[in-house]
Design a protein around this ligand. Structure first.
Ligand code: HEM
Length: 159
């Protein structure tokens, strides 16, 4: 890696080793998977939040809906946390200078922390028979955070 980096520093015209910087078709392919990943991730989180708001899937308990959606949410997270950094690796110096990218990373961290703390508490089986109460505003915050991550992502690509 260090040798490759030294050669690239000395000869910036050298052919990049990273396939995403080397072949034009790699970026759109990876970005398409990234788009599928966020559709899966944010789509399933929206369904969970609609249940927490008491608007959909009322015949199932909140914890049952959360259990059924968990594998899809995890698949979406793994897809995003693999394709995202790889997209980033295509031009890291450029992306770190883009305010939209930095904003997205901060929002993404907040959204993930909120999901694995507040939403995890809100979907605990022990609360299935309790009134929705604070869980409704928690669902609204969750929706707001994930939609903001998506908008910041679109903002990067459309500057
Ligand atoms: C898990 C949540 C994530 C969501 C919901 C998300 C969403 C998005 C969206 C909506 C786009 C724009 C797609 C387009 O309009 O073409 C995008 C592009 C991008 N995302 Fe993500 N992303 C996530 C995670 C990440 C991570 C973790 C990274 C990097 C560390 C990342 C890096 C990028 C890059 C570099 C682009 C391409 C921007 C360009 O067009 O040049 N994403 N993302």
């Amino acid at each position: 890696m260090l040798l490759a980096y030294t050669i690239l520093q000395a000869h910036p015209e050298a052919i990049p080793l990273n396939p995403i910087a080397r072949w034009e078709w790699v970026f759109p392919v990876v970005e398409s998977i990234h788009i599928c990943g966020f559709t899966l991730l944010v789509g399933t989180i929206v369904i969970l939040d609609l249940r927490l708001l008491g608007l959909r899937l009322l015949r199932q308990s909140i914890s049952q809906v959360a259990r059924d959606l968990a594998p899809w949410i995890w698949t979406g997270i793994v897809l995003q946390l693999t394709t995202g950094p790889y997209l980033f690796s295509g031009d890291p110096y450029e992306y770190v200078q883009i305010a939209a990218f930095r904003t997205k990373m901060i929002l993404l961290l907040l959204a993930l922390i909120f999901h694995f703390t507040v939403i995890r508490m809100a979907t605990a089986p022990s609360r299935d028979s309790a009134p929705l109460g604070w869980r409704r505003p928690a669902a609204v915050v969750s929706l707001g955070l994930w939609v903001s991550v998506m908008l910041a992502g679109m903002w990067i690509g459309n500057l």
